[in-house]
Design a protein. Structure first.
Length: 438
């Protein structure tokens, strides 16, 4: 628990109960706000708060509504309350050039913040919690406005008697002149919840005396709810400004149980640092901050430029790698296609050569058969010729036989002439011998 941790820190530092009592009036930062508001607010808004509707943030206050008709504004604390018994001090001014003005502001402590406008002083009427209404317009003409009225609701639908300025609805009600105070006189409403009872005090200016407004019946207002302020104008209007909103532990209440959430209570050093951070800057400080801001912006721009350049280079390198990979794949595909084409061509050539060889073989085979047929035909023809010759020869044989009969005589006559030839042969040896002798 946070309170136990704080007590442990105080005990470790040797703090007495009197020293601890000083924290009873310390502002709880995460439920509070104060001027200057506009210093660097755009970096995250007002710390711990959200605003909307017609609200406008200035350096010294938050203007919930301008002096214009039919305007609504709201301001809600984003943190759930973690202080069981608390005190809220709200500094505000309601002022306008016309009289009377309208309609006023409302301070809320409710279960759920409603960040939209509604019919009950700028917020919905079916709230669960309490509202302290600062009503500036006298609807019933009883001369009892401006007034302070606290109302309570459990979240159900209820018809509020605004025509009679909530006279029959208020748990606390008092009349206090808080409209059109002097410009430097901020009005403060101190609202305390302690021992399940709400009490309200009013005062004008820092040195003004407090006026007791009243106390409520016993109410159960648990932790975990939200603080907020809303405002509205109607046919009549006022400027309605919030100058501060501070939450502290209720007087005399020690946070021995402690809040449930991990939020530190501001100590004096932290408060001084907080005020120093949020105070209005001198022209020199603003110039230095502006210079530092520009330098930071230039640095961030350069870093962003470098980052983009690096990203572009990486993208270009990636693109080149992808292009190289694409070319490599394309070359491989082309090489594969060429290899397939070459293989197909070689196969086609082989098949063509084989076909030519087969054709030549067939042609040779066919040529051989033709030659054989020709030779056979020639043989047949020759045989026919031979047969014819034989037949012709048989017819001529009788004459040949006659010739054969005459031949013996010729043969014999020849044989008779041969002795002369033989004598010649006998003379030859003598001639051969005489020659040899010579």
């Amino acid at each position: 628990m946070f309170g136990n941790k704080m007590l442990a820190l105080l005990a470790a530092a040797g703090s007495s109960v009197a020293e601890w009592n000083a924290y009873e009036k310390e502002v709880i930062a995460h439920h509070s706000m104060g001027p200057p508001f506009i210093q660097d607010w755009w970096q995250g808004g007002i710390p711990y708060w959200d605003f909307g509707g017609d609200s406008v943030v200035t350096d010294n206050f938050v203007r919930l509504t301008p002096d214009k008709q039919s305007r609504d504004g709201w301001l809600w604390n984003d943190e759930q309350n973690d202080i069981p018994q608390w005190e809220a001090t709200v500094g505000f001014r309601i002022h306008g050039v016309r009289s009377p003005g309208a309609d006023g502001i409302a301070v809320w402590y409710v279960a759920n913040p409603v960040k939209t406008v509604g019919s009950l002083w700028g917020s919905p009427s079916n709230f669960n919690g309490i509202a302290i209404i600062f009503d500036t317009y006298d609807n019933d003409n009883k001369q009892d406005n401006p007034s302070v009225t606290m109302i309570w609701n459990d979240g159900g639908a209820k018809r509020w008697n605004t025509d009679e300025d909530l006279l029959s609805d208020g748990l606390i009600r008092c009349v206090y002149q808080y409209r059109n105070t002097n410009k430097k006189d901020i009005v403060y409403a101190r609202i305390q919840y302690k021992n399940k009872v709400v009490e309200i005090w009013m005062k004008t200016g820092n040195n003004g005396a407090e006026t007791y407004c009243g106390s409520s019946k016993e109410l159960d207002l648990p932790t975990g709810w939200y603080f907020g302020v809303t405002a509205t104008t109607g046919h009549l209007a006022d400027n309605q400004d919030i100058h501060s909103f501070h939450i502290t532990p209720a007087a005399g209440i020690h946070l021995t149980e402690g809040p449930d959430q991990e939020h530190p209570i501001h100590d004096p050093k932290q408060a001084a640092e907080h005020k120093e951070y949020w105070r209005a800057k001198t022209p020199e400080e603003r110039a230095a901050e502006e210079k530092a801001k520009k330098e930071q912006e230039e640095k961030e721009k350069q870093e962003e430029y470098n980052r983009l350049q690096k990203a572009r280079q990486a993208e270009e390198e990636k693109r080149k790698q992808e292009e190289e990979q694409r070319k490599k794949l394309l070359n491989e595909q082309q090489a594969n296609v060429k290899a397939q084409q070459k293989a197909a061509q070689e196969l086609a050539e082989q098949q063509a050569a084989k076909a030519r060889a087969q054709q030549q073989a067939q042609q040779q085979a066919q040529g051989g058969q033709a030659n054989n047929q020709q030779v056979n035909q020639q043989q047949v023809n020759q045989q026919q010729v031979n047969n014819q010759q034989q037949q012709g020869g048989q017819q001529a044989n009788p004459q040949q036989q006659g010739g054969q009969q005459a031949n013996p005589q010729q043969q014999q006559g020849g044989q008779q002439a041969n002795p002369q030839q033989q004598g010649g042969q006998q003379a030859n040896p003598q001639q051969q011998q005489g020659g040899q002798q010579a």
